[in-house]
Design a protein around this ligand. Structure first.
Ligand code: PLP
Ligand code: COI
Length: 355
């Protein structure tokens, strides 16, 4: 059990208008911090008013990006209670990222306690408008000063929170995605399966180009053969082809999404055939041409379940589900969000109420 010292703000900010929330732009009143020093381990867990921290410009994270993060949400139920969704999964993935990036791991229950404590202090910041939630961003940065390339001996674990609405301006309406042929995001043996900032830095150029051309994000191809689809900027992907659901396997360069895992569990429970395997862009466009690409959607904490209405690849264009949300996509969206916001029963024990 972490012994968290809590210092509350003397200047609480006004809560933002829940109707005009922009993803990740407003932050709650407090943040969680905990230090790591070699020889001492993780220590000094504390909740303090949200605000800037001083760092020397030689701080290692600024140069070599030894950094990892998580993304999760707190949801307000119709009864006014607040709950988390599968927080232990985030703790496990954080530790998997830690191992890859030579960052000291956290105890799973310390991670969950820290999230719990912060959300509990900032409970008023969990919005209640339909579709809104409190996005939680835990992260660890290397804080040693110096320009040598090696693992830092000091780290900061921090959690900040941001009330959010939908990730895409489209909301639950289908997004347009194109297959990226030029840049690659990750390769097997690299860091693709971790949530490290560097993966996202590498993806920004393609993302900017996509937006300039009227698309929401890109669909990445594998970095070796440049033919297997992997995932979208901030989502895993699923395709319903001829009655079967196909999602790219976790090859090492794909992020093991918690929403992906949850959707797979739901689909299997519903008796819908699911394949986790390599899938080429060619296979998808052939299916589209043959009329068997029935639905496509992305999954992610921020993006929830987002229908893909249009997929482009060079000159080729596939319109999916007539640009509407497909039936299975809708069912997944309804079930998952129902469990998250507490309007549906939670037979899997996925939600954790905040005290
Ligand atoms: N893939 C990438 C690259 C992501 O950034 C995310 C978002 O976290 C996901 C997939 C989906 O993961 P999760 O469902 O755990 O949020
Ligand atoms: C999330 O869905 O939690 C993410 O981390 C996506 C983010 C990169 C905006």
């Amino acid at each position: 059990m972490l012994d968290i010292k809590i210092t509350k703000t003397t200047h609480p900010k006004p809560l933002p208008d829940p109707n005009t929330l922009v993803f990740g732009k407003t932050f709650s009143d407090h943040m969680f911090l905990m230090d790591y020093d070699e020889g001492q381990g993780w220590h000094n867990p504390r909740i303090v008013p949200y605000g800037p921290l001083p760092f020397e410009l030689s701080c290692m994270v600024f140069h070599y990006a030894q950094e990892i993060f998580e993304g999760m949400k707190a949801y307000r139920t119709a009864q006014g209670k607040v709950q988390l969704f599968r927080p232990v999964e985030n703790a496990r993935r954080l530790n998997s990222s830690c191992r890859r990036m030579c960052i000291p791991e956290l105890q799973e229950n310390d991670f969950v306690d820290a999230v719990n404590a912060l959300v509990s202090v900032d409970k008023a910041w969990v919005p209640s408008q339909p579709g809104t939630s409190l996005y939680i961003r835990p992260f660890i940065i290397a804080t040693d000063n110096g320009l040598g390339v090696h693992a830092s001996k000091r780290y900061l674990f921090a959690i900040i929170c941001s009330p959010v609405g939908t990730y895409y301006p489209e909301g639950i309406n289908p997004v347009k995605i194109y297959v990226e042929n030029e840049d690659v995001r990750a390769v097997r043996g690299g860091t693709g399966y971790t949530k490290c900032g560097g993966n996202y830095a590498a993806s920004i150029r393609a993302g900017e180009r996509a937006v300039q051309q009227g698309y929401s994000q890109v669909l990445w191809l594998d970095g070796v053969h440049r033919k297997y689809v992997e995932e979208v900027g901030a989502m895993n992907v699923f395709f319903k082809v001829g009655g079967k659901v196909i999602t790219p396997e976790l090859s090492g360069s794909v992020l093991p999404g918690i929403t992906r895992k949850s959707c797979l569990e739901l689909l299997r429970d519903w008796g819908i055939p699911v394949e986790e395997r390599l899938v080429t862009a060619q296979e998808l466009f052939d299916a589209a041409q043959g009329g068997t690409l029935e639905e496509a959607w992305g999954t992610g904490t921020a993006a929830v379940v987002s229908p893909i209405g249009c997929l482009a690849w060079g000159e080729k264009n596939a319109a999916i589900s007539d640009g509407r949300i497909g039936r299975l996509t809708q069912r997944l969206y309804d079930t998952l969000t129902g469990i998250q916001w507490g309007t549906e029963p939670d037979p899997y024990g996925w939600v954790l109420p905040i005290e």
